[in-house]
Design a protein around this ligand. Sequence first.
Ligand code: SF4
Length: 353
Amino acid sequence: MFFDNQSLAEVSPGVPADQLGRPLRSLRVSVTDRCNLRCNYCMPEQDYVWLPRQELLTFEEISRLVEVFTSLGVEDVRLTGGEPLLRRDLPKLVQMLAANPRIRDLALTTNGVLFAENAENLRASGLHRVTLSLDTLRPERFLALTGRDSHSQVLEGIAAASQAGFTKTKIDTVVMSGVNDDELADLIEFGREADAEVRFIEYMDVGGATDWSLDKVFTRAEMLTQLGKRYGKIIPVAEISSAPAQRFTLPDGTVFGIIASTTTPFCRICDRSRLTADGLWYLCLYAQSGIDLRRMLRAGDAVEDLAERIASIWQMRGDRGAELRAATGHRGVLVSIDQLRQDPHLEMHTRGG
Ligand code: SF4
């Protein structure tokens, strides 16, 4: 069971709430817009316009901004990219954030390619949890999907998570019709062996998904039908959560999740916002523009002023991008390639997925 808006407000006393009663609780921090894969649901183009390096926030600036957010009630911080492990010395940032006692959940989302060589260092630096992406168990399909021959490294990365002592590890799989929709059960079995919970994600029409079309979306209903045929009765997990995935239990007790952002948006319980690597703050994955926190930080604004500004902006938030997209009659690619080249902040890989 998800929180409704009333219970959201009740469990977050003192935390700024937006126009729909959603508290400011989760922050996704992108540390780089670069990626070492070219997944065709996210970065299918040959060339991209990258953020200028001198504009990227330093680790000190990221820590300072995160402190402002946690002083307002943010408890869950997730490091993202692009691929966050492409940012040099990432464990150092983890160590700085782990020293913040207000962070209850410090997590990382990675494509896994560089995770094995960093797992122990990240764990020792204080990272709590990791989510790794894996869209297929077949190396040739991985190559076709990502444009890179890195499948074995990703599998090594997933194995390294439990070896390094991480628990509650998740595997994220974007499911696309006719591409990898025949691997759901295999991925669940793989996740069970790897001691990780698999979450299937509907293909989303976000910025950067320039190959998206509705007929490529393998829906939650289709996933449940397919898995029901294989495993028998599937029962939704009864739980209170504002997490994007709805969780289900198979007859043998295995739990998996589905993130059905495209067909069943969860905007009404969305407590997350996003900070880009160059310090723009986005209130929604679909937002057209962000708030320039880097400029305020580098202008020397006091922490209290930043906090006040962030709280007042959050209190005006009414974003529900996925819901509005779902209500669109003729749904197609969200942002054209020309627009993306003019404003790379519209890319999902820039705003942290
Ligand atoms: S579309 Fe926007 S408001 Fe809706 S769940 Fe995603 S980030 Fe939250």
